[in-house]
Design a binder for this molecule. Structure first.
Ligand code: MG
Length: 460
């Protein structure tokens, strides 16, 4: 079956894989999905080619008789918030999120503000591959796109309403923000000012060449932000991805923490603040199994899902709510705000937690069990990636496993996940153990095993 959508939207290298011709055809397919006369809000991140792709999508939508509202440059969660808040029929966001700078992509959002379901993706794909094209009478094409302003203000205000603004402001937190040169530049420094924080910004000017760092926030790409936290004696640092739906936290000692660790702490904080929420959290199989141990102490159940925020969000909606949904990559869904990952909301909630506990962020993180995480990736075709998953299943056939997305192996004192990426031609390998040496030995061994077994001649 032919596919366009990956784990989170459609992605490709701008101009060669994701062409304007393709975007036009996609615009028609998305327009046919929302239908004649529907109202759709569009926006984009800072990426090169963003205008080219967005204009082509808009042209396709217009050809299907869709009324367009243009939000311009905007973070994905701000666009999603506006779609739900202002009752649009849907939204289209042109972004490749955390992918390298040469990529671009398209996320399609329904009236709930959440990315469309897998079933709806299949409907759009069907229109796309059939080459759907309405031949509308000229009178159906008279409406011009409208520019929308003020959406960023509304979004930031809504986040401030979720937290104890006065309590946070009392602390005058010093915050290092690494905006990855993209659209969080427009929201996070503004949010922090509203919360009375002192902002030290890094890579917070818009630049489609991403001169500061790669758009994916990781301990490697956030090393400069981490040093800045130390040298400026900041209370906290935060790094966003290209469309600002992720936030990776840096504590006052400059330590960068993956999102399953920060997500666990925030879920506990939120569970005492929003007591009416069902005491469970949803997270992808790529999260650490150690969170179960910690959350159990607070009477919170962990529900494992396949990787991908759309799956997490839709499962929470269908299963009657939760305290939160989160991912190790930094995505955090604060349910009382909206059912989507939101980097700025995650940061505000972290400051709320720090203000309410009156503890340093490094001391709060120190409450979690200490395990060492390691991640790596191997370039691989889809077939090679599937071969790797099968090979690993066979290799660990005597161990407990989850196979809802790739394969997750539970060892005595380690765990390991091997899964094909949903957005890039790579195999993602990650795991945790009680020592750095142990996990690096396991991952090194399994990577070599995969290469020999499934891709002779490939490079790590
Ligand atoms: Mg993103």
């Amino acid at each position: 079956m032919r596919k366009l959508f990956g784990t989170d939207g459609i992605r490709g290298v701008t101009g060669t894989e994701l062409t304007p011709e393709m975007a036009l055809r996609l615009g028609r397919a998305i327009g046919a999905f929302f239908g004649l006369g529907s109202r759709v809000l569009v926006g984009r991140d800072v990426r090169a080619g963003g205008d080219m792709i967005l204009s082509a999508v808009v042209s396709g939508l217009l050809a299907e008789g869709v009324k367009i509202y243009n939000a311009g440059l905007i973070p994905t969660p701000a666009l999603q918030f506006a779609v739900r808040e202002h009752s649009y029929d849907g939204g289209v966001m042109v972004t490749a999120s955390h992918n390298p700078p040469e990529y671009n992509g398209i996320k399609v959002i329904d009236s709930s503000g959440v990315e469309v379901s897998r079933e709806d993706e299949a409907i759009i794909e069907d229109y796309y591959f059939k080459g759907h094209g309405s031949r509308l009478e000229w009178r159906s094409l008279v409406d011009s796109p409208e520019v929308r302003v003020g959406l960023i203000e509304d979004y930031v205000n809504a986040i401030v309403m979720q937290v104890d603004r006065d309590e946070i402001a009392k602390h005058r937190f010093k915050v290092v923000v690494d905006c990855a040169n993209s659209v969080s530049t427009l929201t996070t420094p503004l949010l922090l000012r509203r919360l009375g924080a002192k902002v030290i910004s890094l890579n917070c000017h818009l630049d489609p060449e991403f001169p500061g760092r790669e758009p994916e926030p990781t301990p490697q790409t956030l090393s400069e932000a981490s040093s800045l936290v130390l040298s400026s004696k900041a209370d906290i640092g935060v790094g966003h991805d290209g469309d600002a739906d992720r936030a990776i936290m840096i504590d006052d000692k400059g330590q960068v923490h993956w999102g399953d660790r920060s997500g666990t702490l925030l879920a506990v904080h939120a569970s005492y603040k929003w007591r009416e929420l069902p005491r469970r959290v949803y997270t992808g199989v790529s999260s650490s199994i150690l969170i179960e141990e910690y959350l159990k102490q607070h009477n919170i159940t962990v529900v494992w899902t396949p990787v991908g925020s759309v799956t997490i969000a839709r499962t929470i909606m269908n299963e009657g709510g939760a305290i939160a949904g989160f991912e190790e990559n930094g995505g955090y869904i604060h349910v009382p705000h909206q059912y989507v990952r939101d980097g700025a909301m995650k940061l505000a909630l972290t400051l709320d937690m720090m203000a309410s506990l009156r503890e340093k962020l490094s001391d709060i993180f120190a409450k979690l069990p200490v395990y060492y995480t390691l991640k790596t990736k191997i370039k691989a075709s889809r077939e090679e990636a599937l071969c790797a998953v099968e090979a690993v299943k066979e290799y660990y056939s005597n161990y407990r496993m989850i196979t809802i997305d790739g394969v997750k192996v539970f060892g005595e004192d380690f765990w390991l996940l091997v899964r094909p990426s949903g957005t890039e031609p790579i195999i993602r390998i990650m795991g945790e153990a009680k020592s750095r040496e142990e996990i690096s030995r396991i991952i090194d061994h399994i990577s070599k095993f995969i290469v020999t077994k499934c891709m002779r001649g490939s490079m790590l």
